[in-house]
Design a protein around this ligand. Structure first.
Ligand SMILES: *[C@@H]1O[C@H](CO)[C@@H](O)[C@H](O)[C@H]1NC(C)=O
Length: 161
């Protein structure tokens, strides 16, 4: 009985930091809902049809997420699917919730002031999402940028900023 209790306490001590870490991973979300909406508006029109526009590279789902992005964002999966399973990436990228969590993780990891305005905000997240973590200072594609700006302005006009 004593040994069993000891074993239980041992398990608790070993596992609890993992549990806390796991929770922090999911709960710590730097990107607002408004910002997620404007990024998906700009990149896919928030079209949630499960589709990969470039099957070779990936580019799947509402946020047009690539395989490399999925890897960098921690290989999240839906319904407890194993990350090594063949469809794990496509299934997560095509699931709006899983895809949004990927964006959160990616931004948490690559947080930076891309436009050098002294703030880390949605404008930087849009750049990181569209241009990647290592080229986010580059020029933004015109269509993406104009849809994104229009979306942000709409929220500001509604006083939701
Ligand atoms: C969403 O994307 C699918 C697949 O590309 C397309 O068939 C559908 O028309 C799109 N829906 C809207 C509302 O644009």
């Amino acid at each position: 009985m004593r040994a069993l209790l000891g074993y239980f306490l041992f398990l608790l001590l070993v596992l609890s930091p993992l549990l806390v870490q796991g929770q922090g991973h999911v709960l710590d979300k730097p990107v607002t809902e408004k910002c997620l909406t404007c990024i998906c508006e700009a990149i896919s029109g928030c079209n949630a049809t499960a589709i990969c526009t470039s099957p070779e590279k990936g580019t799947c789902g509402i946020f047009r997420i690539t395989w490399g992005y999925w890897v960098d964002a921690g290989k999240l999966t839906v319904n407890g699917e194993h990350p090594d399973s063949e469809k794990a990436f496509v299934n997560c990228a095509n699931d709006p919730h899983c895809a949004a969590d990927l964006v959160q993780n990616y931004m948490k990891k690559f947080n930076q002031d891309c436009n050098e305005d002294g703030e880390m905000d949605c404008h930087d997240y849009a750049r990181i999402h569209k241009l990647g973590a290592y080229g986010c200072q580059a020029d933004m594609p015109y269509t993406f940028q104009s849809v994104f700006e229009e979306c942000i302005e709409k929220f500001e006009d509604e006083g939701l900023e």
